[in-house]
Design a protein around this ligand. Structure first.
Ligand code: WTA
Length: 644
């Protein structure tokens, strides 16, 4: 990785962007010298029923730990995303929906969005959903997914969106954890020409945990099983209610949504975001990072099941009166030109996707890109994992034909929105670097003991002060929230990421330093995959690590010790992979299964993952000191047993 390749801000961008270099530097100064005034100013972009007088009340220290923003402010998220745009933009397109089948698409105006969300909200109310109730969404990428999210926000219910690729077991765990008794789903999803049995998965999940109601939206019209008294058909219900629903006035610190994400230990964590700070953050970052102006067509390819879909498909863009594209399909269906065909079809100006998708498309060569025009594109973005400079250059040169800046946005489910990112009118770009923090974001790189490292350096990335979009807690578990993020380095939020800072002060995220891996831009806890593996009757023990994977960024490498008397063979390998898919979902399927007669453990029984990572990476010369192992011979066996 070279620090010297610099792509300067194009002159036109420096001249016309919302934020040029002088504005960026001024904002950084203002955020430092007068944080209250600065954040008050940022909050003014929203419409408040009562504008907050208390701006920030934060301590990261154990004794008086609290994170509160805009605490006495009152607002409603759906009003900010819809109603306030109606006087001027009723007929502007809010959502462009592009179906899996290229022949299917739809345009929903802000006026239509208002009616659809109100109807949805009235259906929820009619079926007993109240302010504060948790509602689980298990939806395909259809406009009703956004309607359902906004409808919850309208009535003050808390949504928990579960990605449609998760298994019934994973869904059940997430329903149970937040005590949700209302599920919204569709008959089936459609992706890459294949159907996904969403309703059947919900039925299977509900064998483990019970809920009051399941609201079913018809997508494919397939004949699905029906439980009388529990299942509700959305279509007829929507027709039976009013297209107007008064918004619930919400406190800024009232919960908006829960989103489960993987941690380094235990079951997935229910990250909780609140109303005011989250929306301020999603809206502000969407505007400054993407230099967004109403009228432009903005496309974030993420699924609504992930935080990127929450912040940059739904909430950020709609709060800014944007035209946001929602794509039901996949990048390689019907062919590898699909992304770029959709760009041409809808005249997309800003395109935001994940490095894994780019690497997969890059492998198909330039042909499928060059078969399209892409003349509407003006800005490109990436998110989810470090982008390798080779993919960055391909994105810049082939997709963007050298004319579009790339914003490499670093953030997390926990952060609500971007924290480290170039601003296209202000930041010179370096391929592979997320560059500089947004104004008000105070980064610190520390060593393992928590000592601050200054100047050009590499270590663990912490943040020393809050920002409005920060998560507030883990649902129902304040203690785990504190322990996970604020106890490793007292007084600071620990991101879990490693990071390098170069001589220009640019930040380069090096990847997770905990037991979380990032597979195709999706977070996966190694502990979750291990738990799934050991549920199999033949498995005695399992240890999972990440390893570099050309397309996925990281692949899942599983060491498996079988029960005595069980033979290791390829059929069992396939069976174990299928088993993990069934337990968690396809995104958790191991790429490699390495039969391990034993695992390297210390005398106290702790697995030495460092060694397992090195063997998975095939760095056999760098295994380091193995003398503290209870049985050093285990390592030789593992090295000999590496799968071809
Ligand atoms: C990684 C996704 C490098 C990082 C928004 C982080 C990145 C984790 C980048 C969060 C980036 C995200 N460069 N790494 N631009 N963006 N990451 O919660 O390891 O699904 O901690 O949020 O993705 O993943 P999450």
């Amino acid at each position: 990785m070279s620090d010297t390749a610099i792509y300067p801000v194009p002159e036109e961008w420096a001249r016309t962007a919302h934020v040029n270099r002088a504005r960026y530097e001024n904002a950084c100064k203002a955020a430092e010298t007068d944080p209250e005034g600065f954040w008050r100013g940022v909050a003014e972009r929203l419409e408040w029923t009562a504008f907050p007088t208390r701006i920030k009340d934060v301590s990261f220290h154990k004794d008086d730990f609290r994170i509160r923003w805009f605490e006495d402010g009152i607002l409603n998220v759906s009003v900010n995303c819809i109603d306030r745009h109606l006087p001027e933009r009723r007929d502007d397109v809010a959502i462009i929906w592009e179906g899996d089948d290229p022949a299917e698409s739809a345009a929903i105006t802000y006026g239509e969005l208002h009616a659809a969300v109100c109807r949805f909200a009235n259906v929820l109310k009619k079926h007993g959903v109240n302010r504060g109730d948790r509602v689980t969404l298990y939806m395909p990428m259809i406009p009703e997914a956004a309607y359902a999210m906004l409808a919850c926000a309208r009535i003050g219910a808390v949504h928990s969106v579960v990605f449609g690729g998760f298994s019934p077991d994973s869904l059940a765990g997430r329903i149970e954890d937040c005590g949700s008794d209302f599920v919204i789903t569709a008959d089936e999803g459609l992706r890459g020409g294949k159907t996904i049995p969403l309703k059947a998965n919900v039925d299977a999940a509900l064998e483990k945990v019970s809920v009051r109601s399941v609201l079913v939206v018809r997508r494919t019209g397939a004949d699905v099983a029906w439980v009388e008294g529990r299942d509700i058909d959305y279509g007829p219900e929507a027709a039976s209610v009013e297209a107007d629903c008064p918004p619930e006035p919400m406190g800024a610190e009232d919960p908006l949504f829960i989103l489960y994400t993987s941690g380094s230990t235990g079951k997935p964590k229910g990250v909780l975001h609140t109303t005011g700070g989250y929306l301020v953050w999603a809206a502000w970052t969407h505007e400054v990072t993407f230099d967004y102006r109403p009228g432009q067509v903005f496309w974030c390819t993420a699924d609504v099941g992930w935080v990127t879909g929450h912040s940059y498909l739904v909430y950020g863009p709609l709060a800014n009166a944007a035209t946001t594209v929602m794509f039901e399909g996949v990048p390689n269906y019907p062919d590898h030109s699909r992304f770029w065909q959709v760009v041409d079809k809808h005249r997309v100006e800003i395109f935001y996707t994940a490095p894994t998708a780019l690497r997969a498309l890059m492998r198909e060569g330039d042909g499928p890109v060059k078969a399209t025009s892409r003349s509407s594109l003006r800005l490109l973005g990436t998110v989810g994992e470090p982008i390798n400079p080779e993919a960055w250059r391909w994105y810049h040169e082939v997709v963007g034909e050298g004319r579009c800046p790339i914003v490499d946005t670093w953030w997390q489910t926990e952060t609500g929105g971007h924290l480290i990112t170039p601003l296209p009118g202000s930041t010179d770009l370096k391929p592979g670097s997320a560059t500089l923090p947004l104004p008000g974001i105070r980064l610190q790189i520390v060593d393992a003991e928590g000592h601050e490292l200054t100047g050009p350096t590499e270590g663990n990335l912490c943040i020393t002060d809050s920002w409005p979009g920060q998560m507030r807690t883990l649902y129902g578990d304040d203690q785990r929230f504190f322990d996970t993020y604020f106890s490793t380095y007292p007084g600071r939020y620990f991101t879990g990421d490693g990071c390098r800072r170069d001589a220009d002060g640019y930040y380069w995220i090096t990847g997770r330093v905990d037991d979380v891996i990032n597979v195709s831009g999706h977070r996966m806890g190694t502990a979750e995959v291990e738990s799934a593996l050991v549920l199999h009757p033949y498995v005695a023990e399992a240890a999972v690590v990440g390893y570099p994977h050309d397309i996925k960024g990281q692949g899942i490498y599983a060491y498996v010790t079988l029960n005595a008397g069980v033979d290791a063979h390829d059929d069992l390998r396939a069976e174990l992979i299928k088993h993990v898919r069934g337990e968690i979902g396809p995104i958790a399927a191991p790429d490699v299964i390495h039969w391990a007669p034993g695992l390297p453990k210390t005398r106290s029984g702790k697995i030495m993952r460092r060694i397992l990572r090195k063997i998975a990476e095939n760095e056999l010369g760098a295994l380091g000191d193995t003398s503290t192992l209870a049985d050093p011979g285990v390592v030789d066996d593992l090295v000999k047993g590496r799968p071809a």
